[in-house]
Design a protein around this ligand. Structure first.
Ligand SMILES: Nc1ncnc2c1ncn2[C@@H]1O[C@H](COP(=O)(O)OP(=O)(O)O)[C@@H](O)[C@H]1O
Ligand SMILES: [Mg+2]
Length: 247
């Protein structure tokens, strides 16, 4: 596996961060208004369905419901990019959180993929936004699943990085590793861009990795990606233990 050049990564991520910042304010307001409109559309469709229309009209109504659900999911992700959805920082047990995700594997990823979790015993509690850390790991799991369409096992590991000459504070490293398609350098270079997706229309939204980056920035963390086309990917999130998180 080849690792990305860290200097290049920093430049690129600063660019993506600027784009997300531009999305924050107006996108948050828009998302709320949009959700209300979707609720109205979906409610009206349900009312028509209750009036016992013809099978053909029922078919169209179902399509409306599917489309509104998808649009609502998209808006949810846009909202996650808005700082107003930031929750409280609390002390979280990373190992317990990861085990919970593995336990919910079939609900999260479907039945073709397994999650294997390995954590070292020395993990201290991490001060973090629990929902956001969960969201990060789920986003990485979903991408690993999509990179292994035939199914397989996704490996999550978490360990403590002791202070070193290069970095004086302690960090918790959470890695998600797959044996999937891997990424071309052009794809790797764009994954944090909001709305960048290589997935077919109706599947990817291209927002998850933008959200992952935002969450890591809020926690003063960093992200490392090792990937090679045809040879899988490993995404490692580093959360500092001894620094207060950004608000
Ligand atoms: N583990 C992975 N393996 C292969 N490609 C990946 C992986 N993670 C991310 N990607 C690439 O990054 C793109 C952006 O990811 P993401 O922001 O989650 O959006 P989406 O999954 O909706 O496309 C994906 O479309 C895919 O091309
Ligand atoms: Mg994704």
């Amino acid at each position: 596996m080849t690792s990305s050049d860290p200097a290049d990564l920093a430049n690129h991520d600063a660019h993506a961060a600027a784009q997300i910042a531009a999305l924050n304010g107006p996108a948050g307001h828009l998302a709320h208004d949009f959700n209300n409109l979707l609720a109205a559309i979906s409610g009206s469709a349900t009312l028509i369905e209750l009036s016992e229309p013809s099978p053909e009209i029922i078919r169209h109504l179902r399509n409306i419901q599917i489309a509104t659900r998808r649009a609502a999911g998209l808006m949810q992700q846009m909202l996650a990019l808005s700082s107003r959805t930031d929750g409280l920082m609390e002390k979280i047990d990373v190992a317990a959180l990861l085990k919970e995700l593995a336990h919910d594997s079939s609900k999260l990823l479907g039945t073709s993929h397994l999650i294997s979790v390995f954590t070292t015993e020395d993990l201290p509690l991490l001060t973090a936004d629990r929902a956001q850390v969960r969201q990060v790991v789920v986003a990485l799991l979903e991408n690993s699943r999509d990179a292994m369409p035939a199914g397989g096992t996704i490996f999550i590991t978490a360990h403590l990085l002791a202070p070193s000459a290069a970095r004086l504070d302690r960090q918790i490293a959470i890695s998600v590793k797959d044996a999937g398609t891997g990424m071309r350098p052009e794809v790797r270079a764009q994954i944090f861009q909001p709305f960048f997706s290589t997935k077919p229309k109706g599947k990817g939204t291209g927002l998850a990795m933008a959200i992952v980056l935002r969450v890591l920035q809020r926690h003063r963390g960093t992200i490392q990606i090792q990937t090679e086309l045809g040879n899988g990917s490993q995404v490692t999130c580093l959360f500092p233990l001894d620094q207060p998180a950004a608000e």
